[in-house]
Unconditional design. Structure first.
Length: 350
């Protein structure tokens, strides 16, 4: 753990100083436009806007988001929000100190702070398991408080890291377009990431000039996780080799991939390949690009939700069968089969 800045900063003053350096105008326009639209929609009803939530780990990124959100809020969206912190309990006293720091910052700013704890944390939790536990806590608190919007502090470095990680496992446009500035979740909830237009180095420099301190997760300095290895070893070498602003380039690629992904989704919506019985109408996909057929098959699998552990190889085999269009039966595991018959794809229980 490392603290940077004053030992006991005047957090309201720090927030104002930080916002003077990183204003709302530097935030991602898609996230901010959606936030303003949600705020206007709620205030137009004549009632009080619902509370929003902000995820706060105590690190530099989430502290930056909290400070600018607090400083800019009064004239734009108010300060009626709740700060959510999840203690994974994986780093002993350091994790507890993170929670205490977050509580102190929120108390100084006069905002509601809610902490959750991973009571059944495994000794060697994976990054994915920790993330799942964290977002389950966020979801429970949002549901209990009837909150729809959650603000997250991802920035341009996160875009580049995610892009490199997902390239390694062969992701398509949907995966490569993450993290998104506006992400629709289940139950009408939204995740907003307004700092995707900013670099971590710029954020930390502005925090230091404003006199802010933050928490550093010591595990980030190890190579235990794939993201850490990308961040520590690959990303610096990649940026140096590029000889240009590679982070901005990655952010632009993410935007373009997101546009392409949305276009394919819209095209598939127009085709309406799923009928009322949940069958995939192969006639409507005839002659269409493979990317569209692949998405249609993904939608079908999500719609029928068969209990299957279909591998990537198995999915590609099913995709090939769908493209051929000939009558066939393809095993989806012990529960049933994907059946191509009479120009359609359906599910049949075993």
């Amino acid at each position: 753990m490392t603290r940077t800045g004053k030992s006991k900063p005047d957090w309201p003053a720090v927030a104002e100083a930080f916002a003077a350096r990183i204003s709302h105008g530097a935030l991602h326009p898609a996230a901010m436009l959606r936030a303003f639209a949600e705020y206007r929609r709620e205030t137009h009803k004549g009632g009080r806007p619902s509370r929003w939530a902000l995820a706060f780990s105590g690190g530099a990124d989430s502290l930056a988001l909290l400070l600018i959100f607090w400083a800019e809020g009064p004239g734009r969206w108010g300060r009626d929000f709740v700060v959510l912190h999840f203690n994974h309990r994986l780093r002993g006293k350091a994790a507890d100190a993170d929670e205490k720091f977050c509580a102190q910052v929120c108390a100084a700013l006069g905002v509601t702070f809610v902490a959750g704890r991973w009571h059944k944390a495994p000794k060697a939790a994976s990054e994915a398991a920790a993330r799942t536990a964290r977002f389950e806590f966020f979801g429970r608190e949002m549901g209990r408080r009837k909150i729809r919007l959650l603000w997250l502090a991802h920035q341009q470095d996160d875009i580049a890291e995610s892009l490199l990680m997902r390239l390694a496992r062969g992701s398509g446009t949907g995966g490569l377009a993450a993290p998104r500035p506006v992400q629709a979740m289940g139950e009408g909830r939204l995740h907003l990431r307004p700092m995707l237009s900013l670099k971590k180095a710029d954020l930390t420099a502005a925090l230091k000039k404003a006199g802010a301190g933050w928490r550093e997760d010591a595990s980030n300095a190890t190579d235990d996780h794939f993201r850490n290895r990308i961040r520590r070893r690959v990303l610096p070498a990649w940026i140096k080799a590029a000889g240009r602003d590679a982070l901005a380039g990655a952010a632009l690629s993410r935007e373009l991939l997101d546009d392409d992904d949305a276009a394919l989704e819209a095209w598939l919506d127009e085709l309406k390949p799923l009928d009322r019985r949940g069958r995939l109408d192969l006639g409507r996909l005839a002659g269409k690009p493979r990317a569209l057929v692949r998405r249609a098959l993904h939608r079908w699998l999500l719609a029928v939700r068969p209990e299957t552990d279909l591998s990537r190889q198995g999915f590609n085999q099913l995709l090939a069968a769908v493209e051929r269009g000939r009558d066939t039966r393809f095993s989806l595991g012990a529960k049933g089969f994907a059946v191509v018959r009479r120009g359609g794809l359906g599910f049949r229980k075993a």
